[in-house]
Design a protein. Structure first.
Ligand SMILES: [Zn+2]
Ligand SMILES: [Zn+2]
Length: 463
């Protein structure tokens, strides 16, 4: 295995020497792992070998931080060890990651069986893990033909990866449901596990889980951030659920799992259409804005394909002065971020009335980009009812989310009209997404909505 493969062709070099590539963590779980050399990413070459770069265009602005807030490991239904998963992200151009297992935190003494499974490099996953982290670290027992492994806790392994350039969040995907509807809510920076709260309706279950997250936030004083996952997974949630939800300002406009139906169907809104309906219905009621995030929801690290959920499909870029739990989450709550499935922005600027978006084209031709500014006006016939059951929001979709302006190129502006409720922007590249959510997807970025009267801001650099 040549270390030269570890240097990514399209990403900046990692901030540590390749001479540490085979450094092994200390075996003693109680050891101060922060003192051990940072491991280098072997796993990255597995993805490189098959052309999954995961690399966006490099951005010169140091305030942009790339991260994924939704991923699964062997602690629930993901197919690889958490350290191997973190290695995938940390060895690329990501700056933060949350492994968000179902109703599980990565803590306590956890042994599980591990069937043989061959990874992308043709090596069994346990052998790859042992090769990467060492036999002493990779605790396993073979008994009567069954292999048992002990999963390392977040506290045990985080010191191997965290640095000035990389941060791990503790997270949980609170996995609940009602009458066959899955209701999943991520809680980033959670401090203690929250059990599914259950309830008397889909909306009630969702609100109870959000309330439980906010109660822990209040109790601990930590900025714990809920976000609603994949509303269209098994048609779990309706737009009305998000219109009336209190205390929650994020949802997944893009999720990389092949079963989540980002695009909707003939009787269900796409995530973009849902976003516009929810924004319009919230804003005409004086409610809170809703921000869109992109995530991988990665479960599958051993095999790539359209039928599995692989890493590298969706992420967010947060603009913050520093990389840290509080700066990143505080910036997100201000809307100082965008979601991406491949497009990199150099900047977003709002002067109080005009929204300007500037694209970093990387190696894509500038003319291949389209910037769509999407608005809904005050003429929108809000369904108006105060009761959840009074609203048929699917019917309202026809007059929300109109493309008010569409610009070819890497720079575009839109000035809010008197009757605009908000404007948001979607950038679509002419480049097809590698290993996409679905065949034919182009790389995109989603800029957060801005409202009339909102304070001016500048994120990154705008021409
Ligand atoms: Zn889920
Ligand atoms: Zn998930």
């Amino acid at each position: 295995m040549s270390l030269t493969y570890l240097n990514r062709a399209c990403c900046p070099p990692a901030p540590y020497s390749t001479s540490n590539a085979n450094a092994r963590p200390k075996a003693d779980a109680d050891a101060n792992v922060k003192a051990t050399p940072k491991p280098k990413a072997v796993f990255a070459m597995l993805m490189l070998a098959i052309g999954l770069s995961g690399c966006g265009s490099a951005t010169d602005n140091a305030n942009w931080h790339k991260g994924n807030l939704h991923t699964h490991s062997l602690w629930s239904d993901g197919d690889h060890f958490p350290e191997m998963i973190v290695d995938w992200y940390a060895s690329r151009d990501y700056n933060f990651l949350a492994i968000s297992d179902h109703n599980t935190l990565q803590e306590g003494n956890r042994w599980r069986t591990l069937p043989a499974a061959v990874g992308l490099d043709g090596i069994d996953r346990l052998d790859a893990y042992r090769a990467r982290f060492g036999d002493d670290w990779a605790e396993h027992i073979d008994s009567s033909g069954t292999t048992w492994v002990r999963l390392k806790t977040l506290e045990e392994y985080r010191g191997l990866f965290e640095s000035d350039d990389f941060l791990l969040f503790q997270s949980e995907e609170i996995t609940d449901g009602y009458d066959g509807h899955p209701i999943h809510l991520n809680a980033t920076n959670i401090q203690r596990m929250i059990a599914p709260q259950q309830g008397s309706s889909v909306f009630d279950v969702l609100q109870r889980n959000v309330d439980a997250v906010l109660a822990q936030r209040e109790e601990t004083g930590e900025r714990i951030v809920p976000h609603v996952n994949h509303p269209n997974f098994v048609w779990g949630l309706t737009p009305a659920d998000l219109v009336f939800l209190q205390g929650e300002q994020f949802f997944e406009v893009y999720n990389g799992h092949p079963a989540v139906r980002n695009e909707g169907d003939s009787t269900h809104l796409s995530m973009e259409d849902l976003w516009d309906v929810v924004l319009a219905e919230r804003l005409v009621r004086g409610g809170d804005v809703l921000y869109g995030i992109a995530t991988d929801d990665a479960h599958n690290f051993l095999r790539l394909g359209l039928d599995v959920s692989n890493p590298g499909r969706g992420w967010i870029m947060v603009n913050a002065d520093q990389l840290g739990t509080e700066p990143i989450l505080e910036a997100m709550e201000r809307g100082a971020f965008y979601a991406s499935s491949g497009v990199t922005l150099s900047g977003v600027h709002f002067d109080g009335s005009t929204l300007t978006v500037s694209v970093d084209p990387g190696d894509v031709e500038k003319g291949a980009f389209r910037i769509d500014f999407v608005t809904t006006t005050t003429d929108y016939p809000a369904t108006g009812g105060d009761e959840y059951t009074e609203i048929d929001i699917f019917e309202a979709n026809g007059s929300s989310g109109n493309i008010a302006s569409s610009i070819s190129g890497t720079e575009g502006s839109y000035t809010l009209r008197d009757n605009d409720l908000y404007v948001r922007a979607v950038v679509t590249s002419g480049r097809l997404k590698e290993n996409p959510y679905q065949e034919g997807d182009f790389e995109q970025a989603w800029v957060q909505p801005v409202l009339p009267g909102q304070a001016a801001f500048t994120l990154g650099s705008v021409q």
